[in-house]
Write a new protein. Structure first.
Length: 77
């Protein structure tokens, strides 16, 4: 499975994609991911599971767009 996840950071949100959600969240929490190490603490807000890698990456790209951010704000704020 491939996962698109949404983290709440101290200064906003972070959206990412992985095939091992537990390991990736653990690495974020330990400060081992450059994109979020200065944005701790983190909280997992939501994640979406996909069988297909390309569908997951396309959904991640959508969530990073203006309409995708609006979707997240509407449903997960």
């Amino acid at each position: 499975m491939f996962y698109v996840y949404n983290l709440k950071c101290k200064d906003g949100f972070y959206i990412g994609c992985t095939n091992d959600l537990k390991d990736r969240i653990n690495r974020h929490t330990l400060g081992q991911v450059d994109a979020t190490k200065n944005r701790l603490p983190l909280e997992l807000i939501s994640y979406f599971a996909f069988k297909d890698k390309y569908t997951a990456f396309n959904f991640e790209k959508y969530l990073k767009s203006g309409s995708g951010r609006a979707f997240l704000n509407r449903h997960f704020k």
